[in-house]
Design a protein around this ligand. Structure first.
Ligand SMILES: Cc1ncc(CNC=O)c(N)n1
Length: 224
């Protein structure tokens, strides 16, 4: 019975359909629409920039914890290469945040993390624990990345009116290479989920949903 359910399409495919309302809320948020139609308030963008910089500083150790789990638990050694590539690009990302912040006159050293950001970072921290399985952690990593990839790629579509000074931000996560990285993460997650026990599967699904909800809250916070 289990087999029948799991072999038809992928697990992530089933989840995206089952949880499409919250997935759309996370990837088609009013904050993203405002970037896409050019109506964004620069103060909201700056708020997002400062808060996201702090988030990424916690995301780096999270991504590293997934790498550690891959090294210990993965049945495929190429997972580690994929994850290392992702972590390497976070180095550029941190530098980009610093440059972008100075461009917008945002003082990163004086940013105070908002409650929503703290909650999200605390959730990431809970996923860094050694007791959290690789399957759950890689699923979370994919969910976090795909929300940004889908959101910002939407702002780069032909009919988008994204202002020139926000294009580079959208390119960061909306570019094709990042899209391929997200697809690879998804394939790894699906491979693991296919072999997971019912209880692991359930845990990963709950975590997937939690990530989507935190992402929606994060956009809400950025909108002020
Ligand atoms: C809140 C949030 N979610 C996802 C990402 C994308 N991952 C790394 O940059 C991000 N920067 N911020």
């Amino acid at each position: 019975m289990e087999g029948i359910h799991r072999d038809v399409g992928s697990t992530t495919d089933a989840w995206l359909k089952k949880h499409s309302i919250v997935y759309i809320a996370a990837t088609r948020h009013p904050f993203i629409h405002a970037i896409r139609d050019g109506s964004i308030d620069p103060n909201n963008f700056k708020r997002w920039l400062g808060q996201d910089y702090l988030f990424v500083r916690t995301f780096v150790p999270f991504a590293s914890s997934v790498l550690l789990k891959a090294w210990k638990e993965s049945d495929d050694s190429s997972d580690m290469d994929v994850l290392l590539g992702g972590i390497a690009s976070l180095n550029d990302e941190i530098s980009w945040f610093k440059r972008e912040a100075s461009k917008w006159g945002v003082q990163l050293s004086s940013i105070v993390p908002q409650q929503v950001n703290q909650n999200y970072c605390r959730f990431l921290e809970s996923l860094m624990g050694l007791e959290v399985e690789y399957t759950e952690a890689i699923t979370a990593l994919w969910a976090i990345e795909v929300v940004y990839q889908q959101s910002f790629a939407h702002c780069l579509e032909e009919d988008a009116s994204t202002p020139a000074d926000l294009r580079e931000t959208c390119q960061r996560w909306g570019n094709e290479e990042f899209g391929r990285y997200c697809s690879t993460l998804r394939m790894i997650a699906d491979r693991r989920l296919m072999k997971a026990t019912d209880s692991e599967l359930k845990k990963a699904e709950v975590t997937f949903l939690c990530i989507l909800e935190h992402e929606v809250e994060f956009w809400n916070m950025s909108r002020g």
